[in-house]
Design a protein around this ligand. Structure first.
Ligand SMILES: N[C@@H](CCC(=O)N[C@@H](CS)C(=O)NCC(=O)O)C(=O)O
Length: 203
């Protein structure tokens, strides 16, 4: 069967999946799922992902796979976005774990508070605590990119896709990239990949 993806177009975790599908021209059905309307909290949705998060992919065999970076890994097998040698594979995973632990919880959460869920009034303390932590993660990326063209491998990989998702809209969470020229250079290179798209707040 054709791959199906339940995703919200405003979510960077979901946009990662859209990017790899489009880069690799993988036929799929996208089922727009708006978590702000409770779409991830229904019993039917929790049958697919008991953790009640998008994205979720339904694979060729009918089974369900949640977690954006696991979906990237599955879809990129056999393509240039998953390197062949063991050390590069480990480096790609290194940056994907960094993305989920150090980057996304700051950059994506502040974007949600400021621009998606609009919960600044209730969550200002959390937002402010995330500011230095988010800039710290951006600093780690900037330092890496001052000496490397890509994250993890000699060419664009799923580590770049994972990190692109929320970095290119960091301003929507109040993070300025003005002092991060290497990150801006890398974002520009990502945007040249055939099939590329940016997220839009109005999606
Ligand atoms: N680690 C997960 C995180 C997924 C996640 O946080 N999804 C959010 C949207 S970006 C969600 O579905 N939240 C549901 C909710 O808050 O009700 C992944 O990378 O897929």
């Amino acid at each position: 069967m054709q791959i199906k993806v339940w995703g919200m177009s405003l979510s960077g975790n979901c946009h990662k999946v859209r990017l790899i599908l489009d880069y690799l021209k993988i036929p799929h059905e996208w089922i727009e799922t708006d978590l702000r309307r409770g779409a991830t909290k229904t019993p039917e949705f929790k049958q697919m992902n008991p953790n009640a998060h998008v994205p979720v992919a339904q694979l060729e065999d009918g089974s369900f796979l949640p977690e954006s970076n696991a979906i990237l890994y599955y879809l990129a097998q056999g393509s240039a976005f998953w390197p062949a040698d063991k050390l590069s594979q480990a480096r790609v995973l290194q940056w994907m774990f960094f993305e989920q632990y150090d980057h996304e919880p700051r950059i994506a959460v502040n974007r949600s508070i400021q621009s998606i869920a609009n919960t600044m009034a209730e969550r200002r303390a959390e937002y402010e605590a995330n500011v230095p932590k988010g800039y710290r993660a951006l600093g780690v990326m900037e330092s890496h990119l001052s000496e490397n063209r890509w994250f993890g491998a000699a060419q664009a990989s799923i580590a770049d896709v994972a990190l692109y998702a929320y970095t290119h809209v960091a301003d929507e969470g109040g993070f300025s990239l003005a002092d991060y020229p290497h990150i801006r250079r890398w974002l520009g290179e990502m945007e040249k990949i055939p099939g590329h798209s940016r997220m839009r707040l109005t999606a």
